[in-house]
Every structure is written in structure tokens, then in C-alpha cells.
Design a protein around this ligand. Structure first.
Ligand code: SF4
Length: 215
């Protein structure tokens, strides 16, 4: 597994590849999902191509906080890209949101919990994470579990209060779910797709003359 030095360490502004309010993917309940930009890993088979090499927008805490609070979603999910590369800025955002609204926080990270616990720079985000799904994506260990990429990845219930809803969501079995969202200018794939959904998505990309994004 290749781990690259990331050229833009934590910055006061957040670099965001995409955000999606009101989705039932990537956690229990009605969720506001943010895909941060930039990753220090290079997992073969990574589907989040756009979060690593695509365009991104920068946001200040207040603007992003307003959007999240106004959505009235139950929870916030951070994916990427690698959220912990922006740990301090995301902590600032979560604190601002929680000053105004109760929201649980789920983080999908390529780092393992042991790696995150070993470095102080990750603590600001780890301290406020309720559920962590950790570890690199390993294509050979992709076992088709819903909502999780490969069998080495572990769901950690860091806040015991979030365990019942989390366990109900992550251990119910069933099949993978992903959504393809269309706007006038782009198509966006979100979630952890099944092979069938991925095949449809590849066809859309081949035929598309417009913009398409994998998140
Ligand atoms: S699968 Fe996740 S951790 Fe791995 S390169 Fe892609 S975004 Fe980074």
C-alpha cells in the first residue's frame, strides 16, 4: 500500500469535493454527507477518484455550518478523500454545528484507529467522532458488505450511545446501495456500489459527454 506525503496539510479553510444533504447512504437516518478533497493513500481500485484528482471548493466554517444546520439532517457523515488530513478544520465545523443542533458524526477514514490514536494531529477530529469506519480499501478483500468497501475495514462505535442505531444499520446484511444523482450539468455516483450498479455507472460514463463524478 502506497502512502504519499500530502502537499497541503491541515488548513483553516475546508477543501470539499462534494456534499449531499438528505441521503440514507453512509450511515443511519437522514444524513448530510461531505466528501473532503485530498487523500494520502493510493488504494488500487479506489472509486473516489474525484476526491483525489478532481475539482474542489473551499469553504469557511460559518458558510458550511449554515448549510448543514439548515438541512435539519439527523447526522453528518465525513468521507473522502481522507477526512483526517483536515482534522482541525473539521473539528471547528463540528463544534459550530453542535452549538446549534444535535448531530451524530460518522467518519470514513483510510487510517486505522491505531494509526489515528498514535498522532496528536488527528485528535481534534477523533475526539468528536461517534462512529469510525477505518482502514484502506483493499480490492482483494471486497466482500460485498453493504456500506463498507472491504472486509479489513472495521466499524468502531466510539460513542456507545450511537451503537444501537449504528449496529442496526451496519449489520443488517442486505445488499449494497448506491445512488446516481443527475443534475443539468453532471452525474454523480454516491455510496458503495454493487458490481451491477458499477456496470451501469461505467456505461453512463462512456456515453456521457458531460461531467461525471465518483464519490
Ligand atoms: S479508497 Fe479511500 S483511502 Fe484509499 S485512496 Fe481512495 S479515497 Fe483514499
Amino acid at each position: 500500500m502506497t502512502v504519499k506525503a500530502y502537499e497541503k496539510p491541515d488548513a483553516p479553510e475546508l477543501r470539499i469535493s462534494h456534499m449531499e444533504p438528505h441521503t440514507g447512504l453512509l450511515g443511519p437516518g437522514d444524513r448530510f454527507v461531505i466528501w473532503v478533497h485530498g487523500c494520502c493513500f493510493d488504494c488500487p481500485g479506489c472509486l473516489a477518484h474525484n476526491t483525489r484528482f478532481g475539482a474542489y471548493e473551499t469553504f469557511d466554517t460559518d458558510t458550511l455550518c449554515e448549510r448543514i444546520v439548515e438541512s435539519r439532517c439527523d447526522g453528518l457523515t465525513l468521507s473522502g478523500g481522507e477526512p483526517f488530513l483536515q482534522a482541525a478544520a473539521l473539528r471547528q465545523l463540528i463544534d459550530a454545528v453542535r452549538d446549534r443542533r444535535k448531530m451524530d458524526v460518522i467518519v470514513y477514514s483510510g487510517f486505522t484507529l491505531a494509526e489515528l490514536s498514535a498522532e496528536d494531529r488527528f485528535a481534534p477530529l477523533l475526539e468528536v467522532t461517534d462512529i469510525l469506519i477505518d482502514g484502506r480499501y483493499v480490492r482483494e478483500l471486497d466482500d460485498g458488505r453493504p456500506y463498507i468497501g472491504s472486509s479489513n475495514q472495521v466499524v468502531h462505535y466510539l460513542n456507545p450511545d450511537c451503537r444501537p442505531a449504528g449496529e442496526a444499520y451496519y449489520t443488517t446484511g442486505g445488499h449494497r446501495r448506491a445512488e446516481i444523482h443527475f443534475t443539468p450539468t453532471q452525474a454523480v455516483l454516491i455510496g458503495v456500489p454493487s458490481p451491477a450498479t458499477l456496470a451501469v455507472w461505467q456505461q453512463i460514463k462512456q456515453k456521457s459527454e458531460g461531467t461525471h463524478h465518483d464519490f
